[in-house]
Design a protein around this ligand. Structure first.
Ligand SMILES: N[C@@H](CCC(=O)N[C@@H](CS)C(=O)NCC(=O)O)C(=O)O
Length: 260
């Protein structure tokens, strides 16, 4: 059975959890607590030198990078297929996973870290936070997290994050014009790759308050959210109480943003 090193509210982990659920593949979990930087422990870095989650371990295979993990799962457990049949839809799917990896995910901390991690770090204080961040291997990541910690939503990076997220929703709207799912008539790796960001924005209560959600995207989201494999089984750690807590921090962060 594969092992997944992950964190409940990490979108990169969530897409992997969704795919394993769609495939009906059982897995063992090892939670890597990002707020406490367990991802920078010597043990974890020996598995994944980037210090990022997720990592999938299956027998002798150790796979990092969420999109590579999706590919690995898709080839190892091919049924049901989450890859479209037509060459054009396959190309579309790759463009979507590329968009998520290269455009959406890099700016995501401008929304998520501010809501999710910043309140906990504010309690720890500057010295402790700067020490934790200084251990991150990637300097760009260090800078993004420091900015989110110091300034919350009041930064250009946060403005970029809101812009890119809105662009994502608009591109989805265009993509859903002639088809039920982003790349054809069945759910593909493209839908699975974008979905966690909408789920997280929704969990923080900012999807509706922070963005204009086109009706085709709202319909797509509601179909996937009510899909039997999405939800409690892929996110066992987020109970009602935690959900309420997240909405509250999201609300507070949004009101601070409006004052900016
Ligand atoms: N390109 C990587 C990005 C992974 C990534 O950014 N993971 C985040 C969680 S979603 C992480 O581990 N952050 C830890 C940190 O920055 O300290 C992937 O797709 O797997």
């Amino acid at each position: 059975m594969p092992e997944l090193y992950h964190y409940p509210l990490s979108p990169c982990s969530e897409k992997v959890r969704y795919l394993l659920a769609f495939k009906g593949v059982g897995w063992n979990e090892i939670i890597v607590n990002l707020a406490e930087k367990e991802n920078l422990s010597e043990k974890y870095l020996s598995l994944n030198a980037t210090g990022c989650i997720p990592t999938l371990v299956h027998g002798q295979d150790v796979v990092s990078e969420s999109t590579a993990i999706l590919d690995y799962i898709e080839s190892t457990w091919p049924e049901p297929s989450m890859t479209p049949d037509s060459p054009m839809d396959r190309a579309r799917m790759r463009l979507w996973t590329k968009w998520v990896d290269e455009a959406l995910h890099p700016v995501w901390p401008g929304i998520a870290w501010t809501i999710l991690i910043r309140p906990r770090w504010l309690v720890l204080g500057d010295a402790a936070v700067e020490k934790m961040i200084s251990d991150l291997p990637d300097p760009k990541r260090r800078e993004r997290q420091l900015l989110a910690y110091q300034n919350g939503f009041s930064t250009d990076q946060s403005r970029d994050a809101f812009d890119v997220f809105q662009t994502t929703l608009d591109r989805m709207d265009a993509g859903l014009k002639d088809r039920e799912w982003l790349c054809g008539n069945r759910v593909s790796l493209a839908d699975i790759s974008v979905l966690p960001y909408l789920v997280a924005a929704d969990a923080f209560g900012v999807l509706i308050s922070g963005f204009s959600v086109p009706s085709a995207v709202a319909a797509w989201f509601s179909k996937l959210k009510s899909h039997p494999i999405i939800g409690p089984s892929t996110r066992p750690q987020i109970d009602e109480a935690r959900q309420d807590e997240l909405r509250e921090v999201g609300k507070q962060a949004m009101s601070a943003k409006e004052n900016y």
